[in-house]
Design a binder for this molecule. Structure first.
Ligand code: PAF
Length: 282
C-alpha cells in the first residue's frame, strides 16, 4: 500500500495517475478508522480508478487541547483495516509540521452563517480549522470527487460552500450515516465510551426517530421541549443542543414549508465524550 508523508511525494505519485487519465477520489479522515469510514472508502473505490485516504488529526479544528490530546490515534491498525479493503489505496499521512510548519493556524472563511449555529456556536473556530485542512487536502490531491459522511452534516454543507467560494474543481459526495446495531452513529469517539454507555447511547437515534414521527403534527418548539425533557430525566447523557433546521441554510424551522427539507441535529455528552447525530425529517 503506497503511503506518503509529504505533499510533494503524494503529488509526484498522483501526477502519474493523472497522466494516465485515471480518475482520483479522496476520503479525508482523522484516522481511528471504523466501518463508517470503510463505507466511504468502498464507495470511493467503486467510483474512481485511484483512491486516496488521508489520515491526519487536524489540530486547528479542535477548540480544546484536551479533546485534541484524547482523540484516538492508531496509524498501524488504520493501515491494516484499509488493507482489508484494498492494498491499492494510496494513504496520505502527513505530520503536523509537514502541513502547517511550526505554527498550526486556520484561514478565516465567510461561510454565510452556516458556521455560526449548532457545532459552530459550541465550537468557535472549528469550521475555519476544517475549511483550512479540507482546502489544503483538495489542493494537494486535486481529486475529481471527495467523500464525506452525513454524520457531520453541517460540516458537509460547509465544505460544499468552501468549494463554491474557492472555486475548487471537485464534486463533493455526501454518504449516509453508518450505525451500530443500537442506532448509535459510528464515530471514532465511540471507542472512548464505556460498554454500558455505548449500549445506552441508542437513545440518541431513538430520540431523532421519535422527533421525525412527531414532525408532521407537532411544532419544532414542542418537539424540542420533548427532547429536552427526555434528557433531563437521563443521568448518563447531557444534552448540549437539539435543533430542527432547514437542511440547506441551517436556519431554524419556524413553520413547515412543504418545499424545504428539514433535519434534526443533536449533540450530547456522555463519559465526557461529545456525540453528534442528525436525521432528515421530511
Ligand atoms: O470529518 C472529519 O473526520 C474531519 O473533520 C475532516 C473532514 C477529515 C477534516 O479534518
Amino acid at each position: 500500500m503506497p503511503i506518503f508523508q509529504t505533499r510533494q511525494q503524494l503529488s509526484e505519485h498522483l501526477a502519474q495517475q493523472r497522466d494516465a487519465s485515471l480518475s482520483i477520489g479522496l476520503v479525508p479522515t482523522m484516522g481511528a478508522l471504523h466501518d463508517g469510514h470503510l463505507a466511504l472508502v468502498k464507495k470511493c473505490l467503486a467510483e474512481n480508478d485511484t483512491v486516496v485516504v488521508s489520515i491526519f488529526v487536524n489540530p486547528t479544528q479542535f477548540n480544546s487541547a484536551e479533546d485534541l490530546e484524547k482523540y484516538p490515534r492508531g496509524l498501524e491498525s488504520d493501515l491494516k483495516l484499509l488493507d482489508t479493503v484494498s492494498s491499492e489505496i494510496v494513504v496520505f499521512a502527513p505530520t503536523v509540521e509537514a502541513i502547517y510548519g511550526d505554527q498550526p493556524k486556520s484561514q478565516e472563511y465567510e461561510f454565510d452563517g452556516l458556521d455560526k449555529v449548532m457545532e459552530g456556536a459550541f465550537r468557535p473556530g472549528h469550521f475555519n480549522g476544517v475549511g483550512t485542512i479540507v482546502e489544503l487536502l483538495l489542493r494537494a490531491v486535486a481529486p475529481h470527487s471527495a467523500y464525506f459522511g452525513e454524520k457531520d452534516f453541517q460540516q458537509l454543507q460547509i465544505i460544499r460552500k468552501l468549494v463554491e467560494l474557492q472555486k475548487l474543481p471537485v464534486e463533493i459526495i455526501g454518504c449516509p450515516i453508518e450505525r451500530e446495531s443500537n442506532g448509535l452513529a459510528m464515530s471514532s469517539r465511540n471507542q472512548r465510551l464505556t460498554d454500558n454507555t455505548r449500549k445506552a447511547a441508542g437513545i440518541i437515534h431513538n430520540c431523532l426517530q421519535t422527533a421525525k414521527s412527531k414532525f408532521g403534527t407537532e411544532s419544532a418548539n414542542d418537539i424540542t421541549e420533548w427532547v429536552k425533557k427526555t434528557f433531563q430525566n437521563n443521568e448518563t447523557f447531557d444534552l448540549e443542543y437539539f435543533d430542527i433546521v432547514d437542511e440547506l441554510t441551517l436556519t431554524p424551522s419556524q413553520k413547515h414549508l412543504k418545499n424545504l427539507k428539514y433535519r434534526a441535529f443533536i449533540a450530547v455528552y456522555a463519559d465526557e465524550v461529545r456525540l453528534i447525530d442528525n436525521l432528515r425529517l421530511n
